[in-house]
Design a protein around this ligand. Structure first.
Ligand code: 5GP
Ligand code: ZN
Length: 133
């Protein structure tokens, strides 16, 4: 849990906001931002300064991981030039996950659902990693 008392506040627009030190870009009502700051539990398999990987709560494959940038980006439609390193890291992490799970050779599937029509229900960019069939 975040210790609110020990955190500073800041002004964003004309509103006073709680400012989490590590995740200034978080969206308060976003389930993945809540997982990233530890407000909501998840089964993490990897974390670093730019992304986290945790198991999907309703897996659609024997191995179903979500590769998620720490920064709150709504969907692939919102990805900008400045995010290219993050996207690259997400895809490279997927490759690593495949090797770690010994399914690189046999194969796996990577999916970005983009907006409602593409099946996206959590509006925080994530890459589905599916495999192990
Ligand atoms: P989307 O359809 O947005 O691309 O996929 C969102 C995925 O997040 C779904 O596969 C869903 O099962 C998963 N998910 C939704 N809420 C949670 C959660 O609180 N924890 C975890 N671990 N996965 C979640
Ligand atoms: Zn978010």
């Amino acid at each position: 849990m975040v210790d609110i008392a020990s955190h500073p506040f800041h002004i964003k627009g004309n509103r006073l906001n709680f400012c989490d030190l590590a995740t200034d870009s978080m969206e308060k009502n976003c389930p993945f931002c809540q997982i990233i700051i530890g407000e909501k539990p998840a089964d993490f398999v990897y974390q670093d300064e730019s992304l986290v990987v945790f198991k999907d709560i309703h897996p659609h494959a024997p191995i179903h991981l979500l590769i998620v940038p720490r920064e709150h980006i709504r969907s692939l439609n919102d990805v900008k030039e400045k995010d290219k390193d993050t996207l690259y890291k997400m895809i490279m992490k997927a490759k690593e996950m495949a090797e770690e799970h010994a399914i690189a050779e046999s194969g796996y599937r990577l999916v970005f659902n983009v907006e409602g029509g593409g099946g996206q229900v959590i509006f925080h960019l994530h890459l589905h990693f599916l495999g192990g069939w």
